[in-house]
Design a protein around this ligand. Sequence first.
Ligand SMILES: NC(=O)c1ccc[n+]([C@@H]2O[C@H](COP(=O)([O-])OP(=O)(O)OC[C@H]3O[C@@H](n4cnc5c(N)ncnc54)[C@H](O)[C@@H]3O)[C@@H](O)[C@H]2O)c1
Length: 383
Amino acid sequence: MKHKLRYGMIGGGPSGGVGSLHRAALRLNNEADLVAGAFSSDFEKTREMATELGLDPDRMYHSHEDMAEKESKRPDPIDFVIICTPNYLHYPAAKAFLEKGFNVSCEKPLSFTPEQACELKALAEKNNCLFCVTHTFTGHLVSREARALVRKGVLGTIRTVVVEYPQDWLLDALESETETSKTWRSRPELSGRGAAIGDIGSHMENWVNFVTGMKIDKVLAHLEAVGKGTMLDNNFQVIVKYQNGASGFFWGSQVAIGYDNAFHVKLLGDKGTLEFWQEDNNYLTLRLRGQPLQRLSRGSKYSQGESLKYVRTPAGHPEGLTEAFANIYKSFCEAIFDKLAGKPVDEDKYAYPTIDMGIEGVKFFNACVDSDEQGNVWVPLNK
Ligand SMILES: NC(=O)c1ccc[n+]([C@@H]2O[C@H](COP(=O)([O-])OP(=O)(O)OC[C@H]3O[C@@H](n4cnc5c(N)ncnc54)[C@H](O)[C@@H]3O)[C@@H](O)[C@H]2O)c1
């Protein structure tokens, strides 16, 4: 019988947030059990969460330092940790666990600065740790289908990329907040020097990178704080130039009235165009030159092998965000099982977003902030 992995969590406390989605996804796969956690900066809330989740009281911790230290001394330590706290803790928490040799799954954006992100990569390599950055949309099966189609050359050479990601939830959050109860996303010391550009802009950069392999050479960005209550950007436009000569346009907003999570990508090649709508994430739209528009369904007979691997429900019965997280964890746990079995592990061969992708995301949002601060000029990602 295949044994199960053990994991711990930093963040994901009783107030909700994305932590409960990580846990639900891992339950869906049934390959790893939650055994340890520091779910909040307030130990009473950690205790409340740990009790609700049925954790051993010995394994509820006061902080990420406390957990990394004590787990490393146990005979049955965790196999990996999930970090799903506000952004400012990603780097120190990941560092604490990597230093003790633990595999890490971390929320995006990976860190505040590219230097911190590269330091985490060096540490992961030194201590032979696997590292996943949970860019969720890569877990949708149609994202993997899109990647397989691009690799097959169905679109030809990609020349133009258009990505939109409007949301409106931050409008209400900002309008209802007071100086003392500001959401962490509007505070630079907790969120980083970019807010929406790091939060949702990094997903936009990442999805295109994951599906096409294309990396951004330089950006020209305009960031703005629309409405009252925030010191940081909540609406942005970015022109991007890719290393292979393709160009793109990104618009993202967290104050666009009437939009939930309308992440929408168009990849335009010299043979065809592929469209992905996050809110209709069981389908892709393919437009080939001279042919009628095609609506491709997830998990169909004509799907590519790569995307068929993790089909959970028959086509037409929608899978969603929890399954996308679960697919990322299926890939990450596969790599951990292989590592434990002593097999060689090349992280690029598994379908989870790697630390290299996390680094690109951090370079992207920092270059955008630099571009905006310098008067909307072109800024290269690699200086
Ligand atoms: N991948 C995605 O699709 C996705 C979606 C939403 C959020 N996120 C990312 O997840 C992270 C968390 O976002 P959220 O919306 O869940 O935020 P949130 O504020 O709802 O939750 C943050 C959690 O971290 C806990 N926390 C805060 N300080 C802590 C500390 N010192 N030690 C331990 N726990 C602590 C809080 O108690 C809370 O439970 C962010 O980095 C965000 O960018 C990713």
